[in-house]
Write a protein that binds this ligand. Structure first.
Ligand SMILES: [Ca+2]
Length: 161
């Protein structure tokens, strides 16, 4: 009887542990994207369409940026950025990633130093318990830059309150 009770308690604890486990998904998929500028008619939505074979493209700027609006608040753990896959991966370089609940109050999540290679995946873990609705990526070095990632994945879980 006693062992049965212990087993039951372990089972309840185990179920509780499972039910509170966060399941992170790519919450950037198909969400609205804003670019600091747009090169020709390359769609900004290309960075959230699930394909690594296309990309978006700003005009030449000193510090080009993009912003994804996740629509609601998420706890964000990991952000993956993919350089374009056909050529020119080195256009993606020296960028900051910021996350915030308000576009006027963005918080540093991570930084990539140097030039990406073509097709490179760059993974950035945000600080523990990062919560936000907006994700920004901005090149912060150089004078003439094009921001041309192929895809951005934001791994998050919905915040209810
Ligand atoms: Ca894409």
């Amino acid at each position: 009887m006693r062992s049965l009770l212990v087993s039951a308690l372990i089972c309840v604890f185990h179920l509780n542990a499972i039910s509170t486990h966060d399941v992170f998904t790519n919450v950037a998929y198909s969400k609205p994207v804003t670019l600091s500028s747009r090169f020709k008619n390359v769609p900004e939505s290309n960075i959230v369409n699930g394909l690594l074979s296309d990309y978006t493209h700003t005009s030449a700027e000193k510090f080009p940026w993009l912003r994804i609006d996740l629509r609601v608040r998420f706890k964000i753990r990991l952000i993956e950025v993919f350089a374009r896959s056909g050529c020119c991966g080195n256009q993606l370089h020296d960028f900051d990633i910021r996350v915030g609940e308000n576009i006027h109050d963005m918080h540093f999540c991570g930084h990539f130093t140097g030039h990406a290679f073509t097709g490179q995946r760059i993974a950035t873990f945000c600080p523990h318990n990062t919560v936000g609705r907006y994700v920004e990526l901005q090149i912060v070095s150089g004078n003439v830059n094009y921001l041309t990632p192929a895809e951005v994945l934001v791994w998050g879980v919905r915040v209810k309150h």
